[in-house]
Design a protein around this ligand. Sequence first.
Ligand code: ZN
Length: 423
Amino acid sequence: MVLSHGEREGFKLQPRFNVIWLFLMLIAGIFSLLYLWYVLFPGRADPEVFKYFTADQFSRAREYTTTLRLFFIGSFLIQAAVLGWLVFGGRAAGLSSWARELAGNSYIGGVLVLFLSVWMLQRLISLPFLLYGDYYWQHRWGFSTQTMGSWWIDYLKMAGIELVLTSLGVAVFFLILNRWPGTWWIVGASFLSVWLVIQSYIWPVAVAPLFNSFEPAKNQSLIEMVDALSSKAGVPVDKVLIMDASQRTTKANAYFAGLGKTKQIVLYDTLLEKYPMEQVEAVVAHEMAHWRQGHIVKGIALGIAGNFLLWGLLFLLIRLTVSIPWYMHYPPHTWIIVMLFFTLVSFSSSPLQNYFSRAMEREADLVAVQLTGNPAAAKNLHINLAAGNLSDLSPNYFIRWFSYSHPPVLERIETVNQAVSKQ
Ligand SMILES: [Zn+2]
């Protein structure tokens, strides 16, 4: 009984604020302020823009993207503030006791109750931003083709998948945390790394079809074009799929996904409807270039390295800010600390992630032009995509550095020019 009393007392443990937290919050705070500042005051357009676009196109794109950026930063700041208040405002430890009581004093039950409450709270905070940015704003600009009902079905399906997977992850996390108090971060990072590989493999066949239908390309000239590119690139491509993106949006896009047998290039039906074949060829060549340059594997490798780094830092942070008697389990509110950590770190590390992503996109653009030998089509594609999807035509330098996973349109055009001069 003495031990159980000790446990009860222990659950009131309050996380300490230390220099690592201060550093994480300071960095995220500075980045948020700069982001907000440059969204509100992005500066003038690069005059180069008006070689390819009209002044009207430029200002429409600015108007469209500014609101979305304000939503992004607003949602982040509220999420981080609420989590920070829970952790350091003295609420988190109390929530642990509450969750355990609600779960009839079961430890893992308490962990899951607490996780579920925090998850719902975070969903509630992000919902208005998502609903406005993803539904109303997209309708207002003529992009969304979805009804409110089908938007909600998507939302609930996605939330359901996330809930099931994350609950499992949380249960495993706490098992590992208590089983290996000194090395859980290595075990955890290894688990997540394996999951990253499995997920890349099964995502195109298990998750994507829940939201869209995918048809193999039937258009004969498209098939021939893909075959020709594929043999030129030395990349065997047996799956080019057309996705019914028009169910949701008028925007055009394409992506590649999967590993091994699930490898595939996916083209939006909106791309095929609106773009001439030589520009579709430029898109396929770009996706194929990702493939040929091994970008999926590089992405996974970077993800794994990042995983270990992140979990190591999390380990240090928990060791230094929560003191646990040796006989005790980590209290359920450790999860809120983990969430605050990942919220801050994923935000602050986005320049690094985007730096790698932009480098790969640039390389794919370069190789694509070499594959098609048609730089004019590549240029027109970049121009049409930017205009059609209302991309910011001249993003502020900080915004580009912080949040751009692809180079902005002028840089992509410049890459095409470089590819030409190299040939
Ligand atoms: Zn790409």
